[in-house]
Design a protein around this ligand. Sequence first.
Ligand SMILES: N[C@@H](CCC(=O)N[C@@H](CS)C(=O)NCC(=O)O)C(=O)O
Length: 213
Amino acid sequence: MAIKLYGHPLSPAAQRVRVCLEEKELEYEFEFVDLSSGQQKKEPFISLNPFGAVPVLQDGDLTLFESRAVTQYITHKYADKGTPLVPKDPKKMAMVSVWVEVESQSFDAAASKISFELVVKPMLGMAVDESVVAANEGKLASILDIYESRLAASKYIGGDAYSLADLHHLPIINNLFRTKIKALFEARPHVNAWCADILGRAAWQKVVATMKH
Ligand SMILES: N[C@@H](CCC(=O)N[C@@H](CS)C(=O)NCC(=O)O)C(=O)O
C-alpha cells in the first residue's frame, strides 16, 4: 500500500515530513486537510490523530502523527533509500539525537512563536503581537549564538553529514527568512552559510514548490 501523508501545504510540521520523504526519494500520496474549515478536528481525521493536527502519515497498517516521530520512522524504515539522514555509528547517531532535541526543545520553542506572529497571523488577517516577537527574538538570538559556535566546528548541526537534525529546522527557517528575523541568521556567518546550504537542497526546493500552488 502507498504511503499517504495528510497535511496542508503551508503547515511547517507537514513540510517537515514532506522534505524527509523527498530526501528518501519515496513516492507518496498527499491528502489535503482543510485547516481553515476545521477538518482536522472532525471525523474521520480526528480518529487518525486525536490531537486534531497535521501531519498524519499512513504506511500500510501503521498510522503516525507528530512530525519528528514520523521522520524518524521514515529514516529507519527506509534506511537504504535516498539520503541516510541518521548515521549508523552509535556515537554519531547520539550526536544527531542531541541536536534533534535542541531543535525541538529550544529552537522551535522560540522560532515557531515568531513564525506564528510574523508569518501565520498576517496571512489570517490577525494582529501581530510585537511583545511576543520581542521576547522570543532575544531567546532565538542566544540560541543562534550557540549554533554559530557549533557550526564553526561542524559542517552540519548534528555532525559532518546532513541529517534529520538539520532537516527538522527547514520549515521554520524558511518562514523566518521572509521576515525581519532573517537578520538574526545573517549576522552569524556560519549559521548563514548553513541556512543557504540546507535551504538550497533539491528535496527542500521541491517542498517550496508545493507551497506556491
Ligand atoms: N508537534 C506537532 C505539531 C502539529 C501542529 O501543530 N500542526 C498544525 C499545523 S503546523 C495544525 O495542524 N494546526 C491545526 C490545529 O491545531 O487545529 C508536529 O510536529 O506534528
